[in-house]
Design a binder for this molecule. Structure first.
Ligand code: NCD
Length: 327
């Protein structure tokens, strides 16, 4: 089964498809992606959507095993990886509750990774510490996919976010994207802002002072030559936006809960705000939402967050197939 490529590996049977550039690779950060491999992945995701809608599943990854190891809560990311692998005919070892695994007995991350790679071809990891996926990747002989490393990155979410923007608006170049909310702790924002640097976009970051985008991410965006703006009030830009990317305030990341309370309801996307937005624009959210998007928006055709969530399935099917050399 799949191992990281090394010189001298002889291929028996069907040669792995190397077109995506992802075969045998760890997926740790969006910095690894190029416009070319994203275009390829999005094309495969379109095919995955068509296959899923038409026949439900295929046997492209029959015989492969995926381990899904989550040290933090998740609904969408973990279940979409499980569904993606299942719909491609592969099998899954799901470890969502590390408290029922040997982690509670004090097993280290490297040892847990070594264990799972003895049984699986690929490991999807979510962990509360920044850099945990990188550490895991250094120990692992099999590919690691970062499904969120604390307040660091969430590269597969950024893939589905970008895929959603392109599916909804037909392009990425030329757009004005605002990211609103917890830009400090929101790892999906850190990944998406970096990924958007590959395109000709304008970005506006909207947050209260204490939740501003970290300086390192801001500097990357500026170094990429993208026009950026920061503001406290989404009303400053709403009428000019193509994408309004809303995030939840990450309660679990605050050491001081009173500080959380002070910003928890800082902004709400409601019909009044949407009345000022363009007719052709999209509202996105990685979900879960708390109070930051009113339920009254759900029936607005510009509300793309449920379609975005579904896209996570197709993009993860495409990524699994690419890393295992089948797309
Ligand atoms: C996000 C995450 O886990 O970072 N959720 C997700 O993966 N869809 C966003 C969040 O938890 O707010």
């Amino acid at each position: 089964m799949a191992t990281k490529p090394s010189n001298g590996i002889k291929t028996v049977g069907l040669a792995p498809n190397l077109q995506s550039g992802f075969y045998g690779q760890d997926i740790i950060s969006v910095r690894q992606f190029t416009r070319e491999n994203l275009a390829h992945l999005f094309k495969v995701a379109d095919e995955m959507r068509a296959v899923t809608k038409r026949v439900g599943s295929t046997d492209l990854l029959k015989g492969f095993v995926l381990a899904v190891l989550f040290y933090e809560p998740s609904t969408r990311t973990s279940s979409s990886f499980v569904a993606a692998m299942s719909r491609l005919g592969g099998s899954v070892i799901p470890i969502n509750e590390v408290k029922f695994s040997s982690v509670t007995k004090g097993e280290s991350l490297p040892d847990t990774i070594r264990t799972l790679e003895s049984y699986a071809d690929l490991i999807v990891l979510r962990h509360p510490e920044v850099g945990a996926s990188q550490v895991a990747a250094e120990y692992a002989r099999k590919p690691i996919i970062n499904a969120g490393d604390g307040v660091g990155e969430h590269p597969t979410q950024a893939l589905l976010d970008l895929y959603t923007i392109e599916s909804e608006l037909g392009t990425i170049d030329g757009l004005h994207v605002a990211m609103v909310g917890d830009l400090r702790y929101g790892r999906t924002v850190h990944s998406l802002a970096r990924l958007l640097c590959l395109y000709d976009v304008r970005m506006t970051f909207v947050s209260p002072e204490i939740l501003r985008l970290p300086l390192d991410v801001m500097n990357e965006v500026k170094d990429a030559g993208r026009p950026v703006r920061e503001t406290y009030d989404v009303h400053d830009v709403i009428s000019d936006l193509d994408v309004l990317y809303v995030t939840r305030v990450q309660r679990e990341r605050f050491a001081d809960q009173s500080q959380y309370e002070s910003v928890a309801d800082y902004y709400v996307v409601d019909p009044e705000l949407m009345s000022k937005a363009k007719e052709r624009m999209v509202v996105m959210h990685p979900l879960p939402r708390t109070n930051e998007i009113s339920y009254a928006i759900d029936s607005d055709p510009r509300a793309a967050y449920f379609r975005q969530m579904e896209n996570g399935l197709y993009i993860r099917m495409a990524l699994l197939a690419a890393v295992l050399g089948k797309a």
